[in-house]
Design a protein around this ligand. Structure first.
Ligand SMILES: Nc1ncnc2c1ncn2[C@@H]1O[C@H](COP(=O)(O)OP(=O)(O)OP(=O)(O)O)[C@@H](O)[C@H]1O
Length: 456
């Protein structure tokens, strides 16, 4: 399928977010969209997916083929109360009009169709029980199950580990060989350069550059995405003073219990491939799973709830920001001020929110903007800001860079560094080795619920 966009503009209400877009998407090519958070990438993809109609201009599709669209927010594309196989069958019913009444036949059909993609899924698991990376794989499987002619992926690899990412890019190669049209939004410039034939760089709702990837470099892409520059400078120096000891954490009965200590000013990275209980450990430290003993200033407290953990100065930024991290229908200020007690002092809340908007480069810089109207990466930054209170001494961050752009990454690293320079400490959970190496002072790997020293 080929698509042509002529002078396409789009507004949410009075706010114009795409201006005069001219673009051709040809079959047999992978087109990558690049740009900072809020540049308009997802909105442009939604126009191609026919989820939105242009405010002005024209989009021409040269055939009426089916379109496979994988949204950025995984929950948008799945029915939570149904099983994985039921979700897959829903996709097939709608697009191909196959009807399977038997669960067994449905599983046989999906297994056979997905076997050529080497993609196995927990068919009988309810989607709401799936982890975020499993949901991302289900969405990819949904897209692959139909013989669509256009594939639109919005940050499909943001929750995937190294090997899962490689698998996804091998799918793109096959689809390309089959002559499909593919558009993919990626924040990693290395991934864009390695896996896309063409790159469209968006800046403030306009196309700033459209070229073949082979004539681009990382430096050119970064320069075309933003006129400002910002780079992370590690300032903190390790202190020798112990902040906390976390003792007797039992994640898996058959494995040794976990005991871990963290110093003031320290960033401990817990690295692990998906499926190894990385998020379970993060949530346990936050008091949300099993109880454990916390030793602070020579006193031992049993932690068995998040309220308990929070009283000891521990805060948690979850991986699944939409479900657990933010109040979507409240403003940035309300999210950031949620911990304030007593009378509401709006002026003070605005001052505090503005300081987060500055330090985390949240866009738009409007304290009264409802969070649902922010782009994915900016929602992530609000989710981080929401948990920081004057009492926070230990931050637990679970995949904090999911969906954030290259500048925002630097801002978040700087924010962590400043927090630690002021005596805080951080547990940083990630499946990305590069992130782990840049930010961590000490590294552990979690394997099947067991904590091993170093990066394995
Ligand atoms: N539903 C909405 N209502 C109002 N404004 C919106 C809505 N969704 C997005 N916006 C605004 O449109 C602009 C473009 O958002 P979009 O999600 O397309 O950006 P993006 O480039 O995909 O960002 P990200 O990399 O963070 O996902 C942003 O300024 C955002 O605040």
């Amino acid at each position: 399928m080929t698509i042509q966009l002529e002078n396409v503009s789009f507004s949410y209400g009075d706010t114009e977010v795409l201006r005069e877009i001219n673009l051709n998407v040809e079959s047999g090519k992978v087109v990558g969209f690049a740009g900072l958070n809020g540049a308009g990438k997802s909105t442009l993809l939604k126009l191609l997916a026919k989820r939105h109609l242009p405010t002005s201009g024209m989009i021409t599709f040269n055939e009426i083929g089916t379109v496979a669209y994988v949204p950025q927010e995984v929950d948008e594309g799945l029915v939570q109360g149904l099983t994985v196989i039921e979700n897959l069958m829903l996709a097939i019913h709608r697009e191909k009009k196959h009807v399977f009444f038997s669960k067994k036949k449905s599983i046989e059909y999906a297994t056979q169709k997905l076997s050529s993609w080497n993609l196995s899924l927990p068919f009988l698991k309810t989607v709401s029980d799936c982890s975020i990376y499993e949901k991302q794989l289900i969405l990819i499987a949904k897209a692959l199950l139909n013989d669509s002619s256009l594939f639109l992926f919005d940050e499909p690899t943001s929750s995937l580990g190294k090997s899962e990412k490689e698998q996804f890019f091998s799918f793109l190669k096959v689809l390309k060989k089959q002559g499909k049209s593919i558009v993919v939004i990626l924040h990693s410039i290395e991934e864009i350069l390695s896996h896309c034939d063409e790159v469209v760089i968006l800046k403030n709702g306009e196309i700033n550059q459209q070229s073949q990837s082979k004539i681009l470099s990382k430096e050119i892409i970064v320069e075309k995405m933003s006129s400002s520059t910002f780079s992370f400078n590690k300032k903190r120096t390790l202190q020798d003073e112990l902040a906390y000891k976390f003792h007797n954490i039992n994640l898996v009965d058959s494995k040794p219990s976990i005991n871990i200590e963290i110093k003031k000013g320290e960033v401990i990275v817990i690295y692990g491939a998906n499926g190894n209980k990385k998020s379970t450990l993060a949530k346990t430290l936050w008091g949300d799973k099993k109880s454990y003993d916390l030793i602070k200033e020579h006193k031992t407290v049993s932690i068995h709830s998040p309220i308990n953990a929070n009283k000891q100065g521990i805060a948690f930024v979850p991986e699944d920001r939409r479900k657990e991290g933010i109040f979507l229908h409240h403003t940035i200020r309300e999210n950031v001020s949620i911990h304030e007690q007593g009378w509401i002092k709006k002026n003070l809340e605005v001052v505090k929110t503005n300081s987060f908007i500055q330090s985390l480069s949240i866009f738009p810089k409007d304290t009264e903007k409802e969070v649902i109207h922010l782009s994915g990466g900016n929602q992530q930054k609000v989710s981080i800001a929401k948990w920081i209170t004057p009492n926070t001494r230990c931050l637990i961050l679970d995949e904090p860079l999911k969906g954030v752009d290259i500048y925002a990454k630097q801002h978040i690293f700087q924010f962590i560094d400043d927090f630690c320079s002021n005596g805080g400490c951080v547990f940083y959970f990630t499946n990305d080795i590069e992130e782990a190496n840049v930010i961590g002072d000490k590294h552990f790997t979690i394997v099947q619920g067991e904590l091993l020293e170093g990066i394995k």
